[in-house]
Design a protein around this ligand. Sequence first.
Ligand SMILES: [Fe+2]
Length: 202
Amino acid sequence: MIKELLDNGFLHLTDQTEEQLSDLINSLGEVIFTTDVVVKSESKGMVTSTRGLDFHTDHHKAKYIIWYCYKQTDLGGDSILIDVEKIYQQLSDDYKQQLKTIELFEHKIFPDDKESYPLVATDEKGNRKFYYSFWLVKNEDKQNNAMLDFQRLIKQTKPIRINLKERDILIVDNHRIFHGRTPIEGSKDRFLKRFWLTAKKL
Ligand SMILES: [Fe+2]
């Protein structure tokens, strides 16, 4: 299971108990933040709205994101994933270098969060790690050619699409896989629990 996660950057498991969920969490790392992903009417927050969400990472402190599905809406709400390491490899060397100099606005959650954080950084093991949300790109970088090419490749890539069912688990490597979702339609009684994890040494 862990090997599949390391190879693909994500793992989808079906029909898991809450006990299996907590075993999995303990084997991967430590939970730093938990969120109920539900639809709240009149929600200003993106996560709790019914809107579709374009590709992004969550907070960079989360190495893994785990979602546990308690209930799925009867229309929409698909999880969509793309492997950004593969996209980055398609860029020219010049654009790769340029992206390394770009910082995005910080997704401020934790007390020591700074104003901004790099789009491409390196983790303590020397692996590339990405941090990106289209709404956190600074104005001065919006017309940068490397950024535009990166976004064009994201748009052109066919995503992996998963409709989580009750008791499903989805894990993504938040430093490598961008995620999003399609609009939540139909019954809208979708309920996922989301966990942000720091990584244990695997
Ligand atoms: Fe997210």
